[in-house]
Structures are given as structure tokens and as C-alpha cells.
Design a protein around this ligand. Structure first.
Ligand SMILES: [Zn+2]
Length: 108
């Protein structure tokens, strides 16, 4: 895949999200206030999203975001288990759960 551009940004730019992947052009944004190990995990997670999107586009398949998140989390967890674990703990907060709930309702 075309290597994505990676940028570390202020918390306020992405909050309540930890990271963001842009499909075209491929670019990954990660919050710079997160613990280093969490940033490493997020980077692998977002990289996976971009590869996943590119592959599905080639195969002309539809993207399912819930399944996409599961795959990206598993992929990141294999690379950085502790980062995943810490990210999980940090995600069990009302504002994070609200984000997932909103995304679930919007279906993306
Ligand atoms: Zn994701």
C-alpha cells in the first residue's frame, strides 16, 4: 500500500477519538498526549484500517465498520498487546463509550 502520512496532533483536535485514519490521501492522525505504547497500538490500528479499505475497494466489497474495528484491534493487539490493553482501559470511560454508541447508531 501507499504509506500513509503520520501526524501527531493536540488532544483537542481528535477528542474524544484517540486516532483517525483518512482514506484518500492516506493519512493517520494520532493524539500526542497519549502514552507512548498506546500511540504505537493506535498507529498499527489505523494502518490496518487503510490497508483494509484499500483491499475492500479493490475487491469491490462493502466496508462494515464494526467488523473493521474488530480486525484493526486484533491486528494492533498482536503487535502491541500492552498498548491494546491500556487503550482498552482508557476506553472504558463514559465519553469513550458514548463515542462508540454514537458511531453504532450512525453505522460508521
Ligand atoms: Zn478504528
Amino acid at each position: 500500500m501507499k504509506e500513509p502520512k503520520i501526524e501527531y496532533v493536540k488532544k483537542s483536535k481528535l477528542y474524544p477519538a484517540f486516532g483517525y485514519a483518512n482514506q484518500i490521501p492516506p493519512k493517520i492522525s494520532i493524539r500526542d498526549d497519549l502514552p507512548k505504547i498506546v500511540k504505537k497500538f493506535i498507529l498499527e490500528h489505523e494502518k490496518y484500517h487503510i490497508r483494509d479499505w484499500q483491499r475492500l475497494k479493490k475487491q469491490n466489497k462493502k466496508y462494515n465498520w464494526v467488523w473493521g474495528e474488530i480486525k484493526a484491534n486484533l491486528y494492533g493487539a498482536v503487535k502491541h498487546p500492552f498498548g491494546f490493553f491500556l487503550c482498552l482501559i482508557m476506553s472504558l470511560q463514559p465519553y469513550r463509550l458514548k463515542l462508540y454508541f454514537t458511531r453504532f447508531k450512525q453505522g460508521k
